[in-house]
Structures are given as structure tokens and as C-alpha cells.
Design a protein around this ligand. Sequence first.
Ligand code: CDP
Ligand code: CDP
Length: 233
Amino acid sequence: NKNKIAIAIDGPAAAGKSTVSKQVAKELSFIYIDTGAMYRALTFKALKNQISLEDEEELATVLADTTIEIVHGKGQQHVLIDGDDVTEDIRTVHVTNNVSYVAKHPKVRREMVKRQQDLAEKRGVVMDGRDIGTHVIPDAEVKIFLKASVEERAKRRYEEMLQKGFSADLEKMKKEIEQRDQIDSEREAAPLIKANDAIELDTTNLSIDEVTDAILKEANRVIRDEGENNESL
Ligand code: CDP
Ligand code: CDP
């Protein structure tokens, strides 16, 4: 289908990737794939089975033997590990604060990227993560790099906690985000970095709808251009 393109959305924690990706996918009737959820799923399993997060070989062996499914139902996305629903379990602070140590291993990334490329093959996809535009779908028709000040990003996560009825410490959350950004940006294997051909959007002072509209505008422009090119062939 000529309308089916791939949209790659990268950026640091709480830049708004998943919220905006879901909306863009919904508007275009594309599927949304949250690659962070896949790294979180492996981290959850490793913590549960007391596997050292430094042990690259062991983590790769466990991953080879693990099915991770992202299923879409009733507007909500569910994440399954070996058939078990872990949608909530992979969002805990414990998983969040450990996932970057798992995601830095090249052997883990190689397998994850392979699985993600299989999922993106059919196009009609919005995929978010850290290395989508640079490594997973380097030929994505639309690449977006979302960023926002760390203060704003910590505030967003803080407000999410309060909304869920939890107490939270804003300064502590800011430090945790900074630390995760640092590990993600400084690792050797596919670090968090803007692809040369990505459009950068600073969302610090933008609403969710403003960011969504900006991405949709670019996606629709590309879809229109591809359609015209196909017609002239
Ligand atoms: O939603 P949030 O930004 O908090 O995180 P996430 O997208 O769920 O990603 C969790 C972690 O997985 C990141 O901090 C990275 O360490 C890792 N990740 C990655 O290395 N590559 C990806 N494509 C996606 C996530
Ligand atoms: O996926 P990522 O970690 O990049 O961000 P997210 O999980 O989508 O979380 C961003 C949080 O900031 C959500 O609570 C959004 O409602 C909020 N937000 C946003 O995403 N974009 C804005 N422009 C403003 C607020």
C-alpha cells in the first residue's frame, strides 16, 4: 500500500514519545510499537530470575528463549512475556531504574533490533525508542527526534505519579531521568542520538496535540509525495 510508511520517533525519557506515537498511529490507522517495552520486559524477567544485569551472555541466552509480545486491544497495549501479561509489572520504578543496564549490551540489542525490524517490515507503523531512526529503521520515511528540558520531563513523570495516587519526589525523579539519559547516550552500542535526517522537536512548551499535529503534517506530506511518485512510475 502506497500510504503505508514507517515513522520513527526517538528521544530521551518523558519527551512524550509514547503518548504522541499512540495518537499519530491512531490518526493514520497504523500500528504502534513501543520498543522500550521490550527492553523493560527482558529487564523484568532478569530481575525476577536474579540474573546479573552485567552478564551479557546470560541475558542474551535468556532473551533467545523468551517470547515478548505486544498485543493491541481495546485502545490499550498489553505486553506479554512467554504468554504472561506483564503490562503493569514492567513500569515499576525498579524496572525503570535498571533497564538501561540491560539495554547497553550489544548482544541484547542485536536480538531486539532483529525482532523490531521484523515487526516494522510491513510498514504502516509508528515505532518509538532510542535508536529507531539510526539503527532499527534507518530507511524510515519520517524520522522525529523529540526532546524537552529535563526539568519539564521530570515534572511530567512526577505529575503522572500524583495522578495515579502515588507520592513522589520531584528532585529524585529528575536525578533518575538524568542518570538514565546519561547511560543511554554514552553507551557504545546504538546510543541515544538524533539521526542526521531526523526532524527535531523541542516539546518543552508544546502540548501533546501540538506535537501530534506537527508529526501528522509531516507524515501526510510524505504520504502525498510518495503517492505522486508512484503514479508517475
Ligand atoms: O518511556 P520511557 O522513556 O521512560 O522509557 P522506554 O521508552 O520505556 O525505554 C526504557 C529504556 O529502554 C530506555 O531508557 C533505554 O535504556 C532502553 N531502550 C533502548 O535502549 N532502545 C530503545 N529502542 C528503546 C528503549
Ligand atoms: O514515551 P516517553 O517517555 O517519551 O514519554 P511519555 O510516556 O509519552 O510521557 C510523557 C508525559 O508527558 C505524559 O504524561 C504526557 O501526558 C505528558 N506530555 C507529553 O507527552 N507531551 C507534551 N507535549 C506535554 C505533556
